[in-house]
Design a protein around this ligand. Sequence first.
Ligand code: HEM
Length: 435
Amino acid sequence: MTPPVPGTSPLIAAPPDERLALYGPDFAADPHGHYRRLRSQGPLARVRIAPDVDAMLVTDYHAAVDLLRDTDTFTKDPRAWQAGVPADSPILPVLGHRPTALFSDGDVHARYRGAINDTLALIEPHLLRAEVARVAQRLIAGFSAAGSGDLIAQYARRLPLHVFTAAFGVAPQDTERVVRGTAAMMDSAADATAAYDDLVGVVTGLVARRRAAPGRDLTSYLLAHPAHLDDDEAVRQITLIMSSGHDPMTNLIGNALLRMLSDGGYGGSLHGGAITAQEAVNDVLWRDPPLANMGAHFPRHDTEFHGVPLRAGQLVLVSFAAANTQSPPSPSESTVRSGDSAHLAWSTGPHRCPARQPALLMAMTAIEQLTSQLCDLELAVAPEALIWRPGPFHRAPAHLPVRFTPLDTLPDPEAPDAPDAVDHVPIRVGGTPNG
Ligand code: HEM
């Protein structure tokens, strides 16, 4: 998309040098500094999300809620906007149209969303908790003797992957491709399009296998759902679930662990009574939501929204991170707010996250398992030295180096008499999408 010439469009509220870039290392290093500058421009500000793509970003909490609920003024269908975006733009794997819940409205959305909701409802919380604990113990056993490790590469990134791929029936040899595909999408990396296509290839093979021979996994249930999704629709919903689920899970676990390990009063270690997993998760959802800027919407017609003129078809993103942190916590809230009912980390309105409960349960279980087994964990570098992954959409530590007292042995979670030895598919036995 060619950027408009400065001064020729009433939509440009700030000079080009004020059009902050939300990609690259500067934004990743200081997102909240960027949000402060953007807020000074009003409830919406023009930003650049890729070298050749601009968007309006909502940073005001009330404007964000209004937009996310206003289906009369805004559509989720990006096709009119997308026509002006280079086909190889690295943001298209995230924002480009596909026949999924995320890019549809009204009845079409209700059909896809119903199939997704019913499928996710088959996940049994106690089976999910046991499966997350089992995977967590295996992963911890992989590095606990070393006395050091990277909690992103060796834990937070791997754990949701193992749980998702088992739940959907992905072949073990394809799991790395799922990780690569979802990560490259969110990084808006140069190879994002190829990585997304590869992810779709993995899921296409999976759907073909389960169409021919259903099993007891979420893919088979989705295919049998009364919404009667065709193969492409099924592939796209599963790809959406994996990409919406995997990377944000990694980042919620990683950011919450970082919060616990860098909590001011405790000198970068869990010793001495750090904040609890619950407090850390809650704090991250308020201050650094894993999906920082998303909620893509497009005005159905030229309009004025919270005093800002918008053009039909223009890309409007919601900064969940900026909206959540608009007013600083009051002194009584100290560094941690309680309750999670009002933050926008899961969005709101018809496209709010359908997986809030299982996502919270996975994150809490993952953190509790790690911190109860490696109880003197501490950061191996100063928090300021951490590197954050680039990309406009997420808040994602690239690594989380830690050290701890090495452990000699851990219980083998695969042992037949282990208390949590479970079926690895955490879904209701005998459940069907119909009941
Ligand atoms: C920490 C974890 C997670 C966070 C913070 C999160 C947050 C969000 C947010 C903000 C949205 C709205 C996105 C938009 O409108 O552009 C969303 C949508 C969605 N999420 Fe999550 N999510 C998480 C985990 C998951 C998981 C584990 C799954 C699946 C198992 C999932 C599946 C989805 C789906 C399918 C949508 C699209 C819903 C629709 O358009 O109707 N998410 N999520």
